[in-house]
Design a protein around this ligand. Structure first.
Ligand code: G6P
Ligand code: ZN
Length: 565
């Protein structure tokens, strides 16, 4: 029996090009008549989901429940056999990746704009993930854009709205809908990766006082953190804050960095908490921050890689390889070299790690943009990184009965073995697109003419000198499928091994955002004073030189960055 399907005539919108992580726009844009429906139909026009299982979830932001109903109606009309939906439309990005893999779904539609603010006047997003649990590659998202430009109708079935709060299996027109608990599968996953008994005994020991504070920033991770940190690892509820997901994230900017996660930073500092952590709106980013100790994401992934053998998942399966995105500091490369692991440098964007993982050549990877993860799923994973750090600290303290080791001790130990890569990122948000491209042109000109090569630049405040050894535009050839990604950022290298990268953000929803990444390596014998500097002090001279060489302030017409991480 065929089920009646309705055809709704529509006209294309010209702006439905998915960016680095799906289609992100203001809520008001998605609320235009047919806008969301068109894009959902464009997704189904670009994949072959007939008779398949599709996962639906997201960070619970404003306009999510409405969009789930639209996906069900259009998806069912396009032949999807079964939908697996997170209760109340919630599945963190890592949890969704896991659900897609665990239940062997064809793909998933994630309703999220990650760390962008939510609510009626802020952002919404729709992202498609493929069957390996990772973000759709550009070949697929380009098809969606093409389909969206040529659309003339979409298909729906008529069905009453599904109650998204009721767990169970339901018949929905010609399809089935399973509403699942958003948290259970994910908790089971992490329990199988980390040494929960060791972490629990460390966290609940009465011989020392090691306090933990996790801040969900009112994003999606709250219920996951409660299940893992409180129910499984025995911490009190005082160890978690802002853990109720809210559609507008409580009016905040749910991005775990020193600027936006001030709710965490303030409490950690005022109460002297040993271990603090936060995650973003959809749960894939993380920040590790204890009293007086900030772990840069570049160091974080290097340290997790260095300590991998205390984590049962890697102890058992081994470490197949390591990787980082291009602007991320080279700290992880040093770990790979010492331990003899293969390692990779990929463009910014988690999707570039997926092929390497599927080919069995990559286990642990990270990005400077507060993303850390492994091949347990195909997205970065905020809580995974937090629990990895707790696992490392629990293991480090097993060998240190008389002194409680904290984040700073682990950092210093790392610098003494490997040296330190000072790293910082300056963001210039919502600047004019013309100014940004003028700066890119200026660098490209220096690149082609070689005019900056071998020039020496002196910082006026620190008197350090930096000599430019090269300038290139980063391009990547995927070693697995041979696909080429060009124009991934302009890199200036210096004769002392320092590096400055300029890149345009691919995730903003209006204007242009320029990012400047600065890295300077100091060898392990530089002495405690040098190795222990703040990143701002360690990088002062190089930052001055980077700003001078790029003429950034002149082109962007701004004095200061909006965010420094
Ligand atoms: C998303 C991706 C990350 C990537 C980041 C880059 O968060 O999931 O993998 O690092 O975007 O953002 P940007 O704004 O720098 O393009
Ligand atoms: Zn995110």
């Amino acid at each position: 029996m065929t089920y009646p399907v309705k055809e709704i005539p529509t006209k294309p919108f010209t702006d439905q090009k998915p960016g680095t992580s799906g289609l992100r726009k203001r809520v008001k844009v998605f609320q235009q008549e047919h806008y969301t429906e068109n894009f959902i139909q464009a997704i189904f026009d670009s994949i072959d989901a007939k008779g398949q299982t599709l996962v639906i979830g997201g960070d619970g932001r404003y306009y999510s429940p409405e969009t789930v109903q639209i996906v069900l109606k259009i998806g069912s009309a396009n032949g999807v056999a079964r939908f697996i939906v997170g209760k109340d439309s919630i599945l963190s990005t890592p949890a969704a990746s896991n659900v897609i893999r665990k239940y062997k779904a064809y793909g998933g539609i994630l309703l999220t704009a990650s760390h962008n603010p939510g609510g009626p006047d802020n952002d919404f997003g729709i992202k498609y993930n493929v069957s390996n649990g990772g973000p759709a590659p550009e070949s697929v998202t380009n098809k969606m854009f093409e389909a969206s430009k040529n659309i003339s109708k979409y298909f729906i079935i008529e069905q009453p709205e599904v109650n998204l709060s009721r767990i169970g299996e339901f018949t929905y027109g010609p399809s089935k809908v399973s509403i699942i608990d958003s948290v259970t599968d994910y908790t089971t996953l992490l329990e199988g990766i980390f040494d929960f008994p060791l972490i629990k005994s460390f966290l609940t020991s009465h011989t020392h006082d090691f306090r933990v504070l996790f801040d969900g920033l009112h994003g999606v991770t709250g219920p996951y953190a409660e299940s893992i940190l409180v129910d499984k690892l025995g911490l009190s509820k005082a160890s978690i804050q802002n853990c109720k997901p809210l559609p507008d994230f409580g009016g905040g900017h749910p991005d775990p960095n020193l600027t936006y996660a001030h709710s965490l930073v303030e409490v950690v500092e005022s109460k002297g908490i040993e271990f603090g952590a936060a995650s973003d709106g959809d749960g894939d980013r993380n920040m590790i921050y204890g009293k007086g100790a900030f772990v840069t994401p570049s160091d974080s992934v290097a340290i997790i890689a260095d300590w991998a053998d205390v984590i049962p998942y890697f102890k058992k399966g081994g470490v197949k390889g390591l990787a980082r995105s291009m602007p991320t500091s080279k700290a992880i490369d040093l770990v790979a070299q010492k331990k003899g692991f293969e390692y990779f440098e990929v463009p910014t964007g988690w999707k570039f790690f997926g092929n390497l993982m599927d080919a069995g050549r990559l286990s642990i990877c990270g990005e400077e943009s507060f993303g850390t993860g492994s091949d347990h799923i195909r997205e970065k994973d905020g809580l995974w990184a937090v629990i990895a750090w707790l696992n490392i600290l629990a293991a480090a303290n097993e060998d240190s009965p008389n002194k409680l080791l904290g984040i700073n001790d682990v950092l210093q130990r790392h610098y003494i073995i490997y040296g330190r890569s000072f790293f910082s990122r300056y963001d210039y948000e919502e600047v004019s697109s013309e100014g940004a491209s003028a700066m890119v042109d200026h660098l490209n000109q220096a690149l082609s003419s070689g005019s900056l090569n071998d020039t020496t630049h002196k910082s006026s405040s620190t008197s350090e000198s930096f000599t430019i050894s090269g300038l290139y535009d980063f391009a990547y050839t995927d070693p697995i499928d041979g696909s080429v990604s060009k124009n991934q950022g302009q890199v200036i290298t210096f004769s002392d091994g320092s590096r400055v990268v300029f890149r345009l953000s691919g995730t903003g929803s209006s204007g242009a955002t320029v990012r400047m990444y600065v890295e300077r390596y100091v060898a392990n014998d530089a002495g405690d004073a040098e190795l222990g500097k703040s990143a701002a002090d360690g990088l002062k001279g190089l930052i001055e030189v980077a700003l001078e060489v790029s003429q950034l302030k002149k082109f962007l017409k701004v004095e200061e960055p909006t965010v420094i991480t």
